[in-house]
Design a protein around this ligand. Sequence first.
Ligand code: PLP
Length: 233
Amino acid sequence: MMTKGIAMQNIQRTEAIKNLDTVIEKIEKARLKVDDHHIVQLVAISKYSTSNDITTLYNAGQRAFGENKIQDLKQKAQELDELPLSWHFVGSLQKNKINNLIDLNPALVHSLDSLELALELNKKLEAKGKKMNCLLQINSAYEDTKSGVMPEIAVDTFNKIVKECPHINLKGVMSIGAHTDDKEIIKQSFELTYDIFAKCKDATICSMGMSGDYELAIECGSNMIRVGSALFK
Ligand SMILES: *Cc1c(COP(=O)(O)O)cnc(C)c1O
């Protein structure tokens, strides 16, 4: 029984590395369609997987991982404390969890979704004498189920956060593609996000694209993708 268990684990490990190779190859093809110098960062979203899976991908060279729940981020970051990972937070942030998030020192928070939240976060960062790298989440598909600022006010909100929140390093924008099988509609939501990104002064990160649509997102200008199920399936 023991050996069978270990054999199963090894098969799963090989599978994860194969998935990583496949994703990296697809990123490469998509980014070259944009430009030789268009670099795309892969954030492996580990919310459906274990610290063991993360270690497997780490051993294959992956360094950036993301979670959508503070509690999970805390637990996995602690379990994998000895590895030099960079942790991203991509979930919606409740005000009563802000201090917990600050204490985890994430490399990047993708989900700053209102000016109000930014002001609150800034206040708490100031009190702790810290800074945080963030992206402004935009609801580019106009979906009620999604968080994010509306596209019409996105640039203005971006500028206000930069001006009023000195403890937030606002690095760019994040968006989730439209929830549909219609590629044209998904593409429109990505193009709209990229357009806003291009208008935000000094923005360097355009985070869009998940397992089902990252190639399209890259072709629309994304330079950071968040891939979960395609890696950890
Ligand atoms: C879960 C999640 C992802 C990854 O989704 P997959 O479809 O599994 O690749 C990306 N971004 C956010 C904000 C998520 O919550």
